[in-house]
Design a protein around this ligand. Structure first.
Ligand code: GTP
Ligand code: MG
Length: 207
């Protein structure tokens, strides 16, 4: 997909404040610092459309970007950020889960996972919750430039094995690097195909 325009629309503190749900929407979620904002920038070919930081917890609101005037890309706050109080963490969780469960134009959630680590409990629990809640999602491995290609393959396989303990069918998996702009085209192709499918089938998001 060619990105002609990508514009920041608004930041929202709750799902009710998000833009009118008239266009297909794709959201990025994952642990704090996993690289959500960086990957959005890489995909959009834009240095700082979404704000990034070395300090976890940078994105604290739901951020909407309008792409090619016909679909939304959404940057969500990270989950599992340890350095805030339990009650604030709960507030974030509520913000995220309410958004996911209520946003009726949300077509697919991209769950980002750092490729460098063994499968982490918090990610597996979140993926489990998506599956049980019937949320359509894909898994996106991030920061592949930080380990050797062989280790990328090994870690992806280990992740698949872990998921197979619970699920027979696995979601789509993408390996990416925001640094090297790897995997961006594959994700954009998926979005383009999905948008075409929705148009062809006259899908709208009315209540
Ligand atoms: P929160 O908004 O805090 O939840 O974080 P986030 O998931 O949006 O992460 P962000 O994109 O801000 O990136 C966190 C850090 O990881 C930054 O220092 C990025 O430069 C770095 N980073 C992100 N993606 C990559 C990547 O693909 N490769 C490398 N080497 N570094 C990356
Ligand atoms: Mg962010």
């Amino acid at each position: 997909m060619v990105i002609k325009t990508a514009n920041f629309v608004k930041s929202s503190g709750k799902w009710q404040d998000c833009p009118e749900p008239t266009l297909p929407e794709y959201a990025f979620i994952g642990r704090s610092n996993v690289g959500k904002s960086s990957l959005i920038n890489a995909m959009m070919n834009h240095k700082d459309l979404a704000k990034t930081s070395q300090t976890p917890g940078k994105t604290q609101l739901i951020n909407h970007f309008l792409v090619n005037e016909n679909w939304y890309l959404t940057d969500l706050p990270g989950y599992g950020y340890a350095k805030v109080s339990k009650s604030i963490r709960k507030d974030f969780e509520k913000l995220i889960t309410n958004y996911i469960l209520n946003r009726r134009n949300l077509v697919n959630l991209f769950v980002l996972v750092d490729i460098r680590h063994n499968p982490q409990k918090i990610d597996l629990e979140f993926i489990q919750w998506c599956g049980e809640s019937g949320v359509p999602f894909s898994i996106v491995f991030t920061k592949s430039d930080k380990i050797k290609p062989g280790a990328v393959v090994t870690n992806v396989e280990a992740y698949k094995m872990e998921l197979h303990k619970t699920w027979e069918d696995l979601p789509e998996l993408y390996v990416t690097s925001a640094e090297k702009k790897e995997g961006c085209e594959e994700i954009l192709d998926f979005i383009e195909k999905t948008n075409d499918f929705l148009t062809l089938n006259h899908v709208t998001f009315d209540e």
